[in-house]
Design a protein around this ligand. Structure first.
Ligand SMILES: [Fe+2]
Length: 190
């Protein structure tokens, strides 16, 4: 898939909907993080950007915090975009185990962000509130407030936060600074 095809897909399914702004912001943020990692960690920058752009495409069908990942997986799988489809599912809660995946109609296997690109997109998603950079602490607090009536999601947020924090810690060590500050820097290059 090309970047142009990914953009066309988002346009076709999202039109001018507000959530597409979040997708673009996460694509920019993931690219910034991918570039910050430098040459010691080879990143497929095209895939990183495409997957980030499409990670929430399932929001064309539902805004359910788990269901939108399932719908995105279904939509992109049908189009033969397996790598991007996988990320739609695996970015949910920083990963679902096989039984959780099956419970929501996904194939019964683990959908946990694997490889740098999937983990970078998932982290970038948790570092953006809509289209604005935030911190993991603030974002998880906001998710807790917004999903108070969803026990499945709420029960797993702590695990998701621990996974996100562990990856952020690793990333900060590799880039020799704070990824949160890097994304929040005014006028950062995208
Ligand atoms: Fe999402």
């Amino acid at each position: 898939m090309t970047r142009e095809k990914a953009q066309a897909l988002l346009e076709a399914h999202g039109g001018g909907a507000g959530w597409t702004g979040h997708c673009r912001a996460v694509a920019d943020a993931a690219s910034v993080l991918g570039r910050a990692l430098g040459p010691r960690h080879p990143v497929d920058h095209d895939f990183l950007w495409r997957a980030a752009l499409l990670h929430d495409i399932g929001r064309c069908a539902t805004h359910d915090p788990v269901g939108h990942g399932v719908e995105g997986h279904r939509l992109l799988s049908k189009l033969g975009c397996e790598r991007e489809a996988r990320l739609c599912a695996s970015h949910v809660l920083f990963g679902l185990d096989a039984s959780e995946a099956a419970q929501f109609g996904l194939p019964e296997r683990e959908f946990i962000p694997a490889g740098l690109e999937e983990r970078l997109v998932t982290l970038a998603d948790f570092l953006m509130e809509c289209d604005r950079p935030t911190t993991l602490a603030r974002r998880f607090e906001s998710l807790r407030l917004r999903n108070g009536g969803n026990p499945f999601f709420l029960d797993r947020l702590e695990r998701a936060q621990a996974r996100a924090e562990a990856f952020l810690l690793w990333l900060n060590g590799e880039i020799g600074g704070s990824a949160e500050e890097l994304l929040a820097a005014p006028g950062r290059a995208t």
